[in-house]
Design a protein around this ligand. Sequence first.
Ligand SMILES: [Zn+2]
Ligand SMILES: [Zn+2]
Length: 406
Amino acid sequence: MELLDITEKALEKELCDHCLGRMFAQLGHGLTNDERGKALRVYYSMDKTDEKKVEVPESSDDCSVCGNIFEELDPFASLIVEEFEDLEFDTFLVGTRIDPEIEENEELLWTELNITTSEPIKSELNREIGKRVFDNIDAEVDLEKPEMKGILDTRFDAVEIEIAPVFIYGRYRKLSREIPQTRWTCKKCWGKGCDYCDGKGKLYETSVEEIIGEPLKEMAFGEDFTLHGMGREDIDAKMLGNGRPLVMEIKNPIIRDIDLEELKKEIEKDDRVEVDSLSFSNRDKIVEIKEATADKTYKVKVEHSKEVDRAKYKKALHSLKGTKISQRTPQRVSHRRSDKVRTRELKDINLERYDGKISELVMTCESGMYVKELVHGDDGRTEPNLADKLGVRCEVLELDVLKVHY
Ligand SMILES: [Zn+2]
Ligand SMILES: [Zn+2]
């Protein structure tokens, strides 16, 4: 069919100006669908001397596609503006849910008239309502990553709000050997509380995640939080030095403009955690720190089963320095990790203190090294290892992360 024929056929349908104009949305710029629909009617109702005159109906007040949903653009926008009140955001987007029958009507018409130049009704609704919302609030439209989304269900005049999380980057130090990095939900009751977890729903009283997340949640009037860390240390290891990078995610925050100085103060009221370098961030940063591989420097306190000659000790360390350590998945984590062998470089290792029984070592390892296993050998699963080199049993008493090289 020629375009003119298609247009004439479309004009014969019971359509409002929006639905008429929208069928040809891809053919021109600068006009709204509404204006394009009106223009088409005017053009076709003009007297054409050499052609038969087409009887052009007015814009229908009983539109066969949309049921004149566009008459309600202003009230729809008001519903969203109302819901946006009291929320803090700089960018937004409007979405809609509509009666599926309307979309069916539209698709049937496309098929019947062989229309390939239309835009879907929802995109016109979103845009037209969005413009009206924009005129009434102080925020910009962001089609990609809006901070706030208002989704209007046109059937029920109901608005659902979707608030983008706030992301805060920082580095934390963990000064306690008693708390894990993240919440440790009881696997027997999944947080409900049972005998096994003393009704707490979790296995540790608190965590770095909660110590940082709780005050943050309160300040943002958020719903929940998640700590995304660049790796993690063992529960009984301290995280010292310049700290470990993390991104905190706050879900459904009402307040986005959080005072980070104040937040630091609130967090550090708990003397088990310190934070630094707090700054606003985004979801991409999570991917970045999750994919990053950083060398780590550790301080390890080791107890030996027998005294080792100092010269022999130094020689052992020298022979380990710079070597590739082959590690089969440690027994202590084999229940949750697949059994395989991996190789990591021991970049540096030095004896800081040794009294014949207890030693303190500082070592720098490639990302992913199982440090405790490097010391005690894990029944030969890690090779080479310190215990074999010294010829005595080695037990790790304390392990601290001194530096994440990132
Ligand atoms: Zn319509
Ligand atoms: Zn439980």
